[in-house]
Write a protein that binds this ligand. Sequence first.
Ligand code: AQP
Length: 333
Amino acid sequence: MSDKKKVFSGIQPTGDIHIGNYLGALRNWVKLQDTYDAIYCVVDLHAITVPYDPVALRRSRLNTAKLLLAVGVDPSRSLLYFQSQVPQHAELSWMLSTITSLGALNRMTQFKEKADKAGKNLGLFAYPVLMAADILVHKAHAVPVGDDQTQHLELARDLAERFNSRFGDEFPVPEQITPEIGARVMSLKNPTSKMSKSDEDVNTRVLLLDEPDIIRKRFKAAVTDSESEVRYDQEKKPGVSNLLDILSLFTTRSIEDLVAEYHETPYGHFKMTVAEAVVEGLSPVRSAFKAFDDEEVTRIMVKGALDARTRAEGEMASVRKKLGFDARLGDGA
Ligand code: AQP
């Protein structure tokens, strides 16, 4: 095992991955593989907290894994697996739930938003505890996520500290890694809300596997404002600012530089410039996705799950002991 610090993150296999997921989280996943012991997970147990179809889930979890490989998650440098295949996540989640206050869960804004659409169930309410377990089961030091996950990560940090002070030092308190630009990519139709997989309106987002003409169509219909100047002002011009963020991330040019070039460009033309940058930026992802076959991806994920189980089991021994479960099977204790 390496001496590097550990980084953990997960993505739900609910629906298709959009450029918000990519710019806010996945690009960092890929970058961090070089400097951290990287552990990445398709969090399929989280996906069943909202109504779903098991047949569709089977397909979308495999496609999500394939997309992670296509964006550059490299199984020779990172551990990649399905959460449901590593039972230690659920075990630690139960343990952590016993030190989680209902008040903390009641304050979670994502639960309120999702419960309004999907209905309330205990799994959805306890989702942030399972997310904390996902991170802590690997004793991760850092978590690359978009800023919509800040509140959940704070709970994970609280639970690590609470466990350590009650039962003795066990978990590092994980830090959040969020990109400076792209931490919250906004909806193309309602630029004051984040781009989201579960938004009913498909025009709000661009998926990593969208065909070039669909990408152009989405940007053409993107909401801007009634002015005619391309400038960065998140409060007064959220639509244009969001487009500038996206263009900056796909071209690696600074916002300042882009504003200097495009400030007098008509919105229609500017939107097409953004669309073309995204089409070009996503083209290698689309090709890589097509090149993977299902069996190969399944093999990678099975190997990942076996390794992840071994590692999680190694970490759980001292957690169990601290909680008073230190008998070995067969001891009769
Ligand atoms: N709009 C976004 N901008 C930047 N980052 C984002 N993320 C999500 N939306 C944006 C980040 O993507 C990672 C994976 O997200 P997830 O699958 O765990 O679910 P989520 O955060 O709930 O994202 P979605 O796409 O909006 O899904 P639904 O609609 O199901 O809620 C996370 O790191 C997240 O921060």
